[in-house]
Design a protein. Structure first.
Length: 266
C-alpha cells in the first residue's frame, strides 16, 4: 500500500473511534509499526490528526462511532480473483428456491454475480449485496433492520427485534477477519453480536475466506471451528491450515481446483 493510501486509511480510521492504536493501524494497512509511526507523525505535523501515546486520534471525531476493521471500499480491492473463485464455489452449493443468509463482506459480495441466474430467498445485512441482487437477478431479497454503517456498508442492530429471528435458512454464507485454532475471528463486538444471531438461524454454516485470512488474528472470537460445516478458500492455503480445518471435521473446498479436500465428514 502506497503512502497516500495508508494516510487515507489512517484518517478514515481515526474518524470512526476515539483513539486508534498503532497495532490496529498496522492490521488495517499491512504496514510495519515503524512505518505507521512515521505516518502518524507526518499527519500530526500536517494537523490532520493528533498523535497520542500508542496511536492517534481525530481533532474532531464523528459523533457516532463506526466499526473496527477495514472499510468495504478498501477490502474489495484485495485478493479479488481469489474471492471470485471462492464465491463461485459457494453458489454451486445453492439450489433454486432455497432460503440462504449472506452476511456482509467483500468475499460474500462476489456471490451476487453467479447468483444472478438463480432464484433463491436471500436474507442479508449488506446494502451492496441487496442492491445488486434486486437490480440484476430474480432472487427474493430480505434485509435486517438496524443502524447503517457506511464504512462497511452493512446494517447492524443491537436489539433482538430486528427480524433476524423470523428467517430460517438452509445455509448461511459467512466471511471473517481471521481464522485460527480458537475459531472464526472478527474485529468488532457489534459484528460479533449480529453474526451470532444470524448463525443461529441456519442449519449449515459455510465460511468463505481467502488464504490470507489464516494469518490474520483478532482479539474477538465469533465462534469455534466446530460450528463451521464447510470452509471454502483458495489454492494459497498452507498444508498447516488445511490440516487444522480437516482436524476440526470441516469439509474443505479449495476453489479453483477440480477436487476438494473433503476427507473430513461433510
Amino acid at each position: 500500500m502506497h503512502e497516500k493510501e495508508r494516510h487515507g486509511v489512517i484518517l478514515s480510521a481515526v474518524q470512526d473511534r476515539p483513539v486508534v492504536t498503532v497495532v490496529e493501524l498496522c492490521s488495517l494497512t499491512g504496514a510495519s509499526e515503524a512505518t505507521i509511526r512515521r505516518d502518524i507523525a507526518a499527519l500530526h505535523v500536517a494537523k490532520k490528526l493528533r498523535r497520542v501515546r500508542g496511536g492517534a486520534e481525530a481533532f474532531a471525531p464523528k459523533p457516532f462511532p463506526g466499526l473496527a476493521g477495514r472499510p468495504f471500499s478498501l477490502n474489495k480491492t484485495l485478493n479479488n480473483a481469489q474471492k471470485q473463485s471462492i464465491a463461485r464455489a459457494a453458489v454451486e452449493l445453492c439450489d433454486d428456491g432455497e432460503p440462504i443468509i449472506i452476511n456482509g463482506g467483500t468475499t460474500t459480495f462476489q456471490m451476487v454475480h453467479p447468483l444472478a441466474s438463480r432464484r433463491c430467498q436471500v436474507f442479508t445485512n449488506s446494502f451492496p449485496i441487496a442492491e445488486h441482487l434486486l437490480k440484476n437477478s430474480k432472487n427474493t431479497v430480505l434485509m435486517s433492520g438496524g443502524i447503517v454503517y457506511r464504512e462497511q456498508n452493512i446494517v447492524l442492530s443491537p436489539f433482538d427485534n430486528d427480524v433476524t429471528g423470523n428467517f430460517y435458512a438452509r445455509r448461511m454464507f459467512l466471511g471473517a477477519q481471521g481464522v485460527g485454532p480458537l475459531g472464526v475471528m472478527e474485529a468488532d463486538p457489534l459484528i460479533i453480536q449480529a453474526e451470532q444471531k444470524l448463525i443461529g438461524q441456519a442449519d449449515e454454516i459455510v465460511l468463505l475466506v481467502d488464504s490470507t485470512k489464516f494469518e490474520n488474528r483478532s482479539s474477538l472470537v465469533l465462534c469455534p471451528l466446530s460450528r463451521i460445516d464447510v470452509l471454502i478458500t483458495d489454492e494459497g492455503i498452507s498444508d498447516r491450515a488445511a490440516a487444522m480445518i480437516e482436524a476440526a471435521d470441516i469439509k474443505l473446498i479449495v476453489a479453483g481446483t477440480t477436487s476438494t479436500k473433503d476427507e473430513a465428514a461433510s
